[in-house]
Design a protein. Structure first.
Length: 273
């Protein structure tokens, strides 16, 4: 650090690299979102950039229950699968998090990699493997098989988010509750779960978004009647470059931003007096 102060050249190169490369990364991430939003307001007949004029016609077409009935059904299926995946992740991630905090560090180091293994395995490989196993045991692709696949693949995200919060908890709080006469269930409901809630909510958000946007697992495990929104969007692009795809993207982007802003406000730590 002293050498950098004496010689301003390394410091200047450091700033140029950090801010320059960081700015390029931000542009790379934000530019596709801006382009998708811009194309969704086009008055033209197909996906094209720059858009031809300004119009809400494609949002109106997307909300039309007759013209976009298939898209509405696909969106409902995706929301249902994502919601059930969040519930399924809650059933194993929260107990696993609480159990891990009470285990010895050596046991945690052995078991935790197994819980997080689905995050390392490519979801495309898992989807194909799950389909092979399902056929072997006599199960057919279905809504519930898709939900199970999403829970296995994305459930570790909730465990990871909740475990980060659990590592910072003071174990004496639960011990104090027990000393005061509370049962284990009361301690769990009134002390442990509320303290873990920021991690649980963050994990639920991650699982929901990943499940809603997933293609690979749904491609292999969903049946013909369970059309999900990402697959329907791919079909629209392949068939006719339908601008409703951009409108769907615009709605998803808007909803994601709203949820993130609300979550940040709700989960923000209280200000010190």
């Amino acid at each position: 650090m002293r050498d950098m102060k004496e010689n301003p050249v390394p410091a200047l190169l450091y700033k140029v690299f950090v801010f320059g490369f960081g700015s390029l990364c931000v542009v790379y991430l934000v530019a596709p979102i801006v382009i998708a939003l811009t194309m969704s307001f086009t008055s033209g007949q197909t996906l094209k950039y720059p858009p031809e004029g300004f119009s809400f016609r494609w949002y109106e077409a997307l909300l039309d229950p007759v013209r976009s009935a298939t898209e509405h059904a696909a969106a409902w299926n995706s929301l249902k699968i994502a919601g059930l995946a969040v519930l399924g992740a809650l059933l194993f991630a929260v107990p696993a998090t609480i159990g891990m905090t009470r285990m010895r560090r050596s046991m945690v180091g052995t078991i935790e990699p197994l819980l997080l293994a689905p995050l390392v395995l490519p979801s495309l490989v898992y989807g194909l493997a799950a389909l092979i196993v399902a056929n072997f045991v006599g199960l057919q692709p279905s809504l519930w098989l898709t939900v199970t696949g999403h829970v296995v693949v994305f459930g570790p995200l909730m465990y990871r988010a909740a475990s980060v919060v659990a590592q910072g908890l003071n174990p004496s709080l639960a011990e104090a509750s027990t000393v005061m006469g509370a049962t284990w269930f009361t301690t769990l409901r009134r002390v442990t779960i509320p303290l873990l809630m920021p991690g649980i909510l963050a994990g639920a958000f991650l699982v929901f978004i990943q499940s809603l946007d997933n293609v690979s697992v749904s491609l292999f495990l969903a049946d013909a009647q369970t059309t999900v929104l990402p697959l329907r969007m791919f079909a629209l692009i392949e068939e006719s470059l339908d601008v409703r795809v951009a409108a769907i993207s615009g709605i998803l982007i808007g909803l994601t931003l709203v949820v993130m802003l609300v979550a940040r406000r709700v989960l923000a730590p209280p200000k010190q007096a």
